[in-house]
Structure formats: C-alpha cells, structure tokens
Design a protein around this ligand. Structure first.
Ligand code: CS2
Length: 485
C-alpha cells in the first residue's frame, strides 16, 4: 500500500513560525488545517508549524514523521458525502515527554512568533471554580523547583519567554485554542502566576509585553478508531496513520492581538478576527459543549455509545433543544442580535451527522473541569431569575452517577478525570444515601462554589434529578423530562 507523503503534494519551502503544544486530532483538524489553507491563500511560507506532544510519546509522532508530517482530513457532510483534504502545514512533530530541550530550543528561536496550545482544560492547572493556579498540583510544584526542565505547558512557556527576554528578543504570542472561557486571559493568569513564583522581573515583563489573545474554536473531531482508519484507507487507497475524520463545519474566532504577526487565517472559511471573543466563546461553550455534556452522561448511562445514536432518540433531541433554547440561550448576552434558535437547530443537525462516531465516553472525560464552565454559570443566572433549569439538573445528576463508576447494568465505567479518585471516594462513602451523596458532591469546592452548594433550590433540583435517574434509569429520566417541557 502506498504511504502518504508530503513531498508528493505538499509545500517544500515551509519554515516554522508557530510552535504548537498538544499534537492531538483537534489541532490537526482545526488550527493546522486552517494554517495550511491560509498559507495556500497567501504564499506566506514562514507559518509552518512544529507540533509537540508533551504528556506522552504517542506512536503518532513517529508515524507522522514517517509520512513527512502530512496527513489527510476527511470532512463528513451531513448528507453522507465527504471531502478529503490534504494538510501539510506541519513542518515537524516532536515527542517531548522525556526531553524538553528540542521543544524549548524551537520555542526560543527567533523565527517562532506564536506558541499555540490545545492542552485541554486541565492543562491550565487552574482551580476550575476559582481560576487560581493550583500550586499544590504535583506538576506545578515540580516546575517551580525545576525551572529549566519544566513538565507543564505553562512552565515551558515561562522558560522559553525567560530565554527570549535574556537574549533581548521579542516575545511570541501565546494562543490558547482550548474550550475554556476567556482562554487567553486564563492562560495569561496561569503563566504570570507561575513566573511570579520563579522570577518576578520576568513576570513583570510578561505582563507588559506578551499578548495572550482569546479564541473560540469549534469543530467536532472524534478520536480515530480502527474502523475510521480502515474506512479512510479503503476510500483513499492510501495508508494514512495521521488521518482525521471530522465534520465539514468549522469556526475560529480570534482576538486580533499578536506581537509578531500572524497568518491570515481569515482568508479561510469560518475564521474571523474580532476585538472581543468572550460572547462567542460563552455561546459556544453553553450551547454546544453544554449540550454535549448532557448527552454524554445521560447518553452513556442510557447505553448510547455515540452522540449520533443519542440523536436517534426523540426524547434526547427534545431535551437537548429545550436545554439550548431555554436554559443556555436565555442566559447569554451577545453584542449583536443573534438567532439562537437557528444556531440550536444547526447544532442538532451537527450532532445528528451519521458520519461522525463521536463517543459519549470521550466527551464524558474530565467532567470536573468541564461542568463548571458549561452549565454552572447558566444555572446561577437561571436561579437568580427564578427560572427552571431541569435539563442542567439532570445533566449534573447524570454526571454524579457516571463518576460514581458503575453503569446501570452494574458494569464498571472507565472514568477519566483528574479528580476521578476523589469522586469515586465520595460515591463509596455515601452509597445508598442519595440525599447525602448529592450534598457531598456539591460540597466539592473545585467544581461547585459554596453559594451553589448552599442554594436549597439548586440542591433540591439536583437531588430530584439524581433520584429519578437512580430509580428509573437515564433513558426514562430523559423521557420524563421531555414530557414536561
Ligand atoms: C466536546 C468538544 O469532548 C468534548 O468535551 O464537547 O471536544 C467538542 O466536540 C468541541 O468543542 C466542538 O467544537
């Protein structure tokens, strides 16, 4: 079988202008493809990407290297047709888990103008409820001791900026591309807090000189499976170990604040530069990601393996639509008139895409980091306005069942979450006592703040939702809610 290779089709003169941390499928399907197309539109060959994996040394890195870091992106249209794109913006891929030096070197190089991040919510090492840097986090503690050999993305950024400052170079721009509200501001806060603990002068320089634009990123990119690799291979007739299957839809809203320039990403469909990303980010987080999390926990418990399978259940669709229109959209403030109802319908269409096998288990991961920003701000607003929030409550009840670690058939759930052990311990301690269990979960400060935990209406709604799932099962709990809305 022929292997895919960039030298056959790709750019030959590309140099690295962007260093990316977090070489996952999302980066390759989103920013790297945007960059590839922006280079094609402008001929600016200095915007190639060096992408690194820092937490593991996945076989993917070697596999990508073996195919000149080129890969295909298969975009599945809702009507079942597909478009295949060839992406060659990656100049280099790095497995940097055990040796940070090559990564630090390239981050400190004169030619590097942007360091972008997809390190997931937990990569910012911030307390999800308060936004404070978790200094007691083992990785952060390590980095504060080992400033030249940091483990976290934050430590790497501080170290590379320190080198640049020492050499009198301009700082790169730090571009967060994670699903975190105010992602640029949070990245900034985390980096500055780290730097302050190491070198206050450097912290002051970062505060003055470094740009941390916020972004809203959107594209549904399911993790690849054996089936999806096999499907791509039979369609293309070429082996591609870096292949991605995603939806056709994509969006990227970026604050236009860069110290050393940036590619003209807005030459490509779906990308735009704005002065304030925050409202777009909130809309996407609450409407899309909030729905995703409801579907993930309730869908998983109901036995639905993927999001499109959930969407075959009319009651799930009804509750999702209700959540978007009556519990998420009503809490949003947009700078311009926004048609939330059509945005919601578009999301239902995207979730229904049969070409995307997006596992509920994948989205259920890291719930302790996702729940606060996806549901709780909306819940606070709805509580203050004395409005109902039954879908959010059902989502939280579903999350509590899910992280307890046993499904409705009594099988163990593989819960992936930085707080997994703590969550399981809560469940075991209060097993068989639902009211106490719900209160114990709500007392977890890193997820729910004190005012929510002390709000009796909130406690009552979540307890009711938890008990309905316990007594009737998740599928029926969704159906019962669908009857009332
Ligand atoms: C998902 C997101 O895994 C998850 O938590 O909700 O990855 C989602 O698919 C993207 O944000 C879509 O843009």
């Amino acid at each position: 079988m022929k292997k895919i290779a960039a030298r056959d089709y790709g750019y030959t003169e590309l140099t690295t202008g962007i260093v990316h941390i977090g070489l996952g499928a999302f980066h390759r399907a989103h920013q790297a493809l945007y960059t590839h197309e922006a280079i094609a539109a402008t001929g600016e060959f200095h915007w190639g990407i060096c992408a690194a994996s820092i937490n593991s040394n996945p076989p993917l890195v070697q596999e990508l290297q073996a195919q000149d870091n080129a890969y295909t992106v298969t975009e599945m249209n809702p009507d079942g047709s597909r478009t295949v794109k060839f992406a060659t913006a990656l100049v280099r891929s790095l497995a940097a888990k055990d040796d940070r030096r090559p990564l630090l070197d390239i981050m400190s190089a004169e030619t590097t103008r942007i360091v972008s991040l997809t390190i997931t919510e937990k990569g910012y090492c911030l307390n999800p409820a308060t936004g404070e840097l978790m200094v007691d986090n083992a990785l952060i503690a390590h980095d504060l001791e080992n400033t030249r050999n940091p483990k976290t993305a934050l430590g790497l950024i501080v170290a590379a900026l320190g080198k640049r400052k020492a050499k009198g170079m301009l700082p790169f721009t730090v571009l967060s591309c994670d699903n975190v509200p105010d992602n640029g501001k949070r990245a900034r806060a985390a980096v500055i807090q780290m730097a302050e603990a190491m070198d206050p002068e450097l912290a002051a320089w970062i505060r003055e000189e470094v740009a941390f634009p916020c972004t809203m990123v959107d594209r549904i990119v399911p993790a690849m499976t054996e089936e999806s690799f096999a499907d791509v291979q039979s369609y293309l007739g070429v082996e591609d170990k870096g292949a991605i299957v995603t939806e056709a839809y994509r969006q990227w809203v970026i604050e236009d604040h860069f110290t050393m320039g940036r590619p003209e990403w807005d030459k490509v469909d779906g990308a735009m530069f704005v002065s304030d990303v925050q409202p777009y980010e909130e809309m996407k987080l609450r409407m899309l990601n909030g729905s995703h999390s409801i579907l993930a926990y309730l869908g998983y418990l109901a036995g639905y393996e993927t999001i499109d399978a959930c969407m075959q259940d009319e009651q799930f669709v009804k509750v999702t639509r209700h959540y978007m229109n009556h519990e998420a959209a009503v809490t949003l403030e947009m700078p311009e008139p926004t048609d939330f109802a059509s945005y919601a319908e578009k999301l239902i269409e995207r979730f229904t895409n049969p070409g995307l096998k997006h596992r509920t288990w994948q989205i259920a991961m890291d719930g302790s980091q996702k729940v606060p920003q996806r549901w709780l701000n909306a819940a606070r607003t709805l509580l203050a306005e004395e409005k109902a929030f039954a879908a959010i409550a059902l989502g939280i009840g579903g999350w509590m069942h899910y992280v307890s670690g046993t499904d409705e058939q009594g099988n163990a759930i593989d819960v992936r979450d930085p707080m997994a052990e703590q969550l399981k311990a809560v469940a075991i301690e209060h097993q068989g006592k639902p009211a106490q269990l719900v209160r114990a979960f709500l007392a977890l400060n890193a997820v729910f703040d004190q005012s929510l935990a002390a709000n009796e209406r909130f406690v009552e709604a979540v307890t009711h939702a938890y008990n309905t799932i316990r007594e009737q099962g998740a599928k029926q709990a969704v159906a019962l809610l669908a009857e009332t809305i």
